[in-house]
Design a protein around this ligand. Structure first.
Ligand code: SF4
Ligand SMILES: [Zn+2]
Length: 335
């Protein structure tokens, strides 16, 4: 979390760098391929500035910028949504996809959260409604399965981010449900935000590579949930396909792009089939030093009673076994 901590001391957050890179004025008239080409060309400049580090010139907010280009790409994705690996292909201007979210994002709450990892608090956490997963034990199901909060107006939320920053927030933490269905709205919020603050993407990591490419340069830290060690259990409890392939590719990409804090909610009865392969994969592919939070607070909620094997809390023997697997795998940077 080296760079993240430097942003807290004044180094530009990634989105601030994006805003300092001028885009072609007529970028909106380009077709999709040409727009991606322009994006990729400007990302070379982004990577150079990121590598160089240091402060940006005083007048650095340019319009249109590389972030505007990303917003335009994301807005086109809404016409045939493929933000996540469900790849619904729906026109979200017309209707919602499997996540329950149409083109308009809603939030259920936002506040200064002190219950996140010690590295991240106080965290300005913004809860978006809807989710691309349908976890039978969801502890946030009132948020994930209902869309009834106020519309997430980017200008208004940007002002709230600035206010919470003055009140002591150390990051803005986009969560849900899951933030992925709200990618377009979140980019607009980040673009409207006038403060140098790290962006945290608090997600199940079921994004498509295309969505990850849009997020490159927006996110400072992926707060990334790794839940299942196999596709069968992901399907049974969260109703999704291709879990392992989709999320592992996102984790690898997240590691390339930004900083990473991995969370693993240990499920009762799933220490050997899920926790063990996850900690082993993370140690081998993300490195033994990856920041890793093994979480033991599972409690059966929502529809967990339909699944007797997870309709209970974790035992202390399971928690100890999970911890010993993590250590045996070589993970050294446990929260
Ligand atoms: S974000 Fe929603 S609409 Fe888009 S692909 Fe995923 S589930 Fe479908
Ligand atoms: Zn399992």
């Amino acid at each position: 979390m080296k760079r993240y901590n430097k942003v807290l001391r004044g180094l530009p957050a990634r989105h601030v760098i994006l805003k300092s890179i001028a885009a072609e004025v007529s970028y909106k008239s380009r077709d999709d391929d040409a727009l991606w080409k322009h994006h990729d060309f400007l990302m070379v400049r982004y990577r150079k500035l990121l590598k160089e580090g240091g402060p940006l010139p005083k007048k650095h907010e340019l319009s249109p910028s590389l972030l505007d280009v990303k917003i335009e790409i994301a807005s086109r994705f809404l016409n045939s949504c493929r933000f996540c690996e469900r790849r619904c292909g729906v026109d979200r201007n017309e209707k919602a996809g499997a996540c329950g979210v149409d083109a308009t994002s809603h939030i259920s709450s936002e506040f200064l959260h002190t219950g996140e990892e010690p590295d991240l608090i106080p965290s300005h956490t913004i809860f978006f409604e809807g989710c691309n997963f349908n976890c039978v034990y969801c502890q946030n199901w009132t948020i994930a399965r209902n869309i009834r909060g106020p519309v997430a107006d980017p200008e208004r939320i940007a002002k709230l981010i600035e206010l919470r920053h003055r009140q002591g927030s150390t990051n803005v933490n986009f969560v849900g449900g899951d933030p992925t269905p709200h990618l377009y709205t979140i980019l607009k919020i980040v673009n409207a935000t006038q403060v140098n603050i790290p962006v945290v993407w608090n997600s199940n990591m079921y994004m498509t590579p295309e969505a990850m490419k849009i997020l490159d340069g927006v996110v400072d830290l992926y707060l990334a949930d790794f839940r299942y060690g196999n596709d069968e259990h992901a399907k049974r409890y969260s109703g999704i396909d291709f879990y392992w392939a989709a999320t592992t590719q996102s984790f690898l990409e997240a590691k390339k792009q930004a900083e990473l804090l991995v969370r693993q909610l240990v499920l009762p009865g799933h220490v050997d089939c899920c926790t063990k392969p996850i900690v082993e994969w993370c140690a081998a592919n993300l490195g033994p030093d990856v920041r890793f939070n093994l979480m033991f607070q599972y409690r059966p909620e929502y529809q967990a009673s339909r699944f007797p094997e997870i309709n209970r809390s974790l035992t202390s023997a399971e928690a100890l076994r999970a911890m010993s697997y993590a250590k045996k795998a070589g993970l050294k940077n446990l929260v």
